[in-house]
Ligand binder design. Structure first.
Ligand SMILES: [Cu+2]
Length: 260
């Protein structure tokens, strides 16, 4: 009886925590954010209901089949009919949730960034983010692994002999203009890192040897934390930076200050 009550109380408290939204996401600051949150809520409600029913059922069975004088054990060899039913129900449920989330997933991961997006490259390394802007020419200059020199401040291996590289800006923090589509090109110098900004609802791995494109449009002015969301070594906890969402004019000033 105590066990059943404990299970029910735990179920009730967890459910209340979610319904009351005590530890919830920070407010959305990106164009795709609301749709993503909606999809999250749908998944949470569906799986939450199953969770509640399962825990209530578990408690009920514990009470119903408890040890009582004169009761004898009866062994069950299972029921194929029930097994098929459960498996089928779970399959239908999972596929429905996946289908419902197809649009938002595709718009983020399968479609390219809108034409004319602002391109920014971000390279993770143990334990910092290097943000590169293409400069006035709008073109990223050449880089080479052999030119990487952290102590000289050439974190991404920029090739100064390349004309397009002359005006590239490499900085430790990031700024983007509000309401403008941005395409981020994610790279890593060493191990797998993960670019995570809660307010923008973006989390994407940066994988060594690959350039992973992601895109978003920031819709709310503010300063948000960029965290590394992949345990990448002993200094993982301090691998953080910030992204500032600025007005178009402030963004240009921000970039200009860093270009000279
Ligand atoms: Cu990292």
């Amino acid at each position: 009886m105590i066990l059943a009550l404990t299970i029910w109380v735990i179920t009730l408290v967890t459910t209340a925590l979610f319904i009351g939204r005590y530890w919830w996401f920070p407010a959305v600051a990106s164009a795709h954010g609301p749709a993503l949150d909606q999809q999250f809520m749908l998944t949470l409600v569906v799986t939450g209901l199953v969770f509640i029913l399962a825990q209530l059922g578990l408690g009920y069975l514990i009470v119903h089949f408890r040890d009582r004088p004169g009761r004898h054990v009866r062994y069950s060899h299972g029921s194929n009919k029930l097994e098929i039913l459960w498996t089928l129900a779970t399959t239908v449920l999972f596929f429905s949730v996946v289908l419902a989330g197809q649009d938002i997933w595709a718009s983020l991961n399968l479609q390219n960034a809108p034409a004319g997006s602002l391109q920014i490259e971000i390279t993770g390394q143990q334990f910092q983010w290097n943000v590169r802007y293409p400069g006035a020419d709008g073109k990223f200059g050449k880089t080479s692994n052999t030119l990487i020199n952290d102590s000289a401040g050439n974190f991404v291996g920029l090739d100064e002999r390349d004309a397009a590289a002359q005006d590239d800006v490499v900085v430790p923090t990031m700024a983007v203009p509000v309401n403008r589509p941005v395409e981020l090109l994610l790279r890593s110098k060493d191990v797998t890192h993960s670019f995570f900004v809660r307010e923008l609802r973006i989390k994407q791995d940066a994988v060594p040897g690959m350039t992973v494109p992601i895109h978003f449009t920031a819709t709310k002015l503010g300063t948000y934390e960029i965290a590394c969301a992949e345990l990448c070594g002993l200094g993982h906890h301090r691998m953080r930076s910030v992204i500032e969402v600025l007005s178009e004019a402030d963004y240009h000033n921000w970039l200009k200050e860093r270009s000279d």
